[in-house]
Design a protein around this ligand. Structure first.
Ligand SMILES: Nc1ncnc2c1ncn2[C@@H]1O[C@H](COP(=O)(O)OP(=O)(O)OP(=O)(O)O)[C@@H](O)[C@H]1O
Length: 275
C-alpha cells in the first residue's frame, strides 16, 4: 500500500496488493415498458457471410414455433433486415418511446432504416454515435413481450459489437461463418472476444456450406471443403447448422419475403434455445 493511500482505488494508479478492482458497469437498462426474455447476438468475424440472413431465419423459426421474436438491427451502417422482411413503413413513436415495426407474421423489428427518410441515405456517423444509436434501440424502444430477441451485429470486433456486449443483456451468441480458409482466424477472434466479455457462445452456423444440385441432389462445396468441425472442436463449441447456398434464399431476401422460406436447417438451434 502506498504511504499516501487515500483508500480510493478509482483515483490511484499504484498497482499495490491492497488494490480493489471495481469493474466499470456499462450496462444499459431496457425501456421500463419492455419485457425481453432472451437476447441472442448474431456475430460474424467478417462481412457478407450471411449474418443478417441467419438472424432473419432464426427469428422466423422461433416465431413459427409460437414465440414472440424480435430483431434489433445493430448493423447501423449496413442494415438489411427491413428489406429482407419487405417492411416499407417507418417506425412510429409516442410520448413514452419508440415502437418497433411488426412484420407480416408479427416479428418486432427496429432498424435505422425504419427511421431514415430515405432508405438509401448512407449513415455517415462516427463510431460513438453509431454505438449510441444501438443503445437507444435497447433503452428507448418499447419491446413489448419478446420471448427471443436476435441482435444482428455489425461484422468484426469493433466499437459496436463491444457496445452491444457491454450494454445489452446478451444471454449468448451464435457465430455465423463461411467455409473459407481465412475463416478460422476470424472465428477465433470472435470466440476470444465473447470469452473476454464473458458471454456464452451457443454454437456456430456455417453458411454457404455447399450447393445441392437440384437435378441429382449431389452436394458441391463451392467455397472449398469445410473446416468448421475442427474449428468448433478446437474452441469446444457445437456446430449448429450448415446452410446451403440456395438461390431461393437470396431471392426471398431480395423480394422481402424471408418469412416464407422453406427449410429446417436452424431447428437444432431453435431446440437449444427452447431448452
Ligand atoms: N445461403 C445463402 N444462399 C443464398 N444467398 C445467400 C445465402 N446467405 C447469404 N446470401 C445472400 O448474400 C448476401 C449477404 O448476406 P447477408 O446480408 O446476410 O450477409 P451479412 O453477413 O449480414 O453481411 P454484412 O455483415 O455485410 O451485413 C445477401 O444478399 C443474402 O441474400
Amino acid at each position: 500500500m502506498s504511504e499516501n493511500c487515500n483508500m480510493n482505488c478509482n483515483s490511484c494508479g499504484v498497482d499495490c496488493t491492497e488494490r480493489k478492482t471495481t469493474k466499470p458497469d456499462f450496462s444499459v437498462q431496457p425501456h421500463e415498458l419492455s419485457c425481453i426474455k432472451k437476447v441472442i447476438g448474431i456475430v460474424s468475424g467478417k462481412g457478407g457471410v450471411g449474418k443478417s440472413l441467419a438472424t432473419s431465419l432464426l427469428a422466423v423459426t422461433m416465431n413459427r414455433r409460437g414465440y414472440n421474436s424480435a430483431i434489433l438491427d445493430a448493423d447501423i451502417t449496413g442494415p438489411s433486415i427491413p428489406k429482407a422482411f419487405g417492411i416499407k413503413e417507418k417506425a412510429m413513436g409516442n410520448e413514452l418511446g419508440l415502437l418497433p415495426v411488426k412484420t407480416k407474421t408479427g416479428i418486432d423489428i427496429m432498424s435505422i432504416n425504419l427511421l431514415l427518410n430515405n432508405e438509401t441515405d448512407p449513415v455517415v456517423w462516427r463510431g460513438p454515435i453509431i454505438a449510441g444509436t444501438v443503445k437507444q434501440f435497447w433503452s428507448d424502444v418499447i419491446w413489448n413481450d419478446v420471448d427471443y430477441m436476435f441482435v444482428d451485429m455489425p461484422p468484426g470486433t469493433g466499437d459496436v459489437p463491444l457496445t452491444v456486449f457491454q450494454s445489452l443483456a446478451v444471454d449468448g451468441i451464435i457465430i455465423v461463418t463461411s467455409p473459407q480458409e481465412l475463416v478460422s482466424m476470424i472465428v477465433s477472434k470472435a470466440v476470444k472476444m465473447a470469452e473476454m466479455m464473458n458471454i456464452p457462445i451457443l454454437g456456430i452456423v456455417e453458411n454457404m456450406s455447399y450447393f445441392k444440385c437440384p437435378d441429382c441432389d449431389k452436394e458441391y462445396p463451392i467455397f472449398g471443403e469445410s473446416h468448421i468441425e475442427e474449428l468448433a472442436k478446437e474452441h469446444k463449441i457445437p456446430v449448429f447448422a450448415k446452410l446451403p447456398i440456395d438461390p431461393k434464399l437470396a431471392a426471398a431476401c431480395d423480394k422481402g419475403m424471408i418469412e416464407l422460406f422453406d427449410g429446417n436447417w436452424l431447428d437444432p438451434i431453435a431446440d437449444k434455445l427452447e431448452k
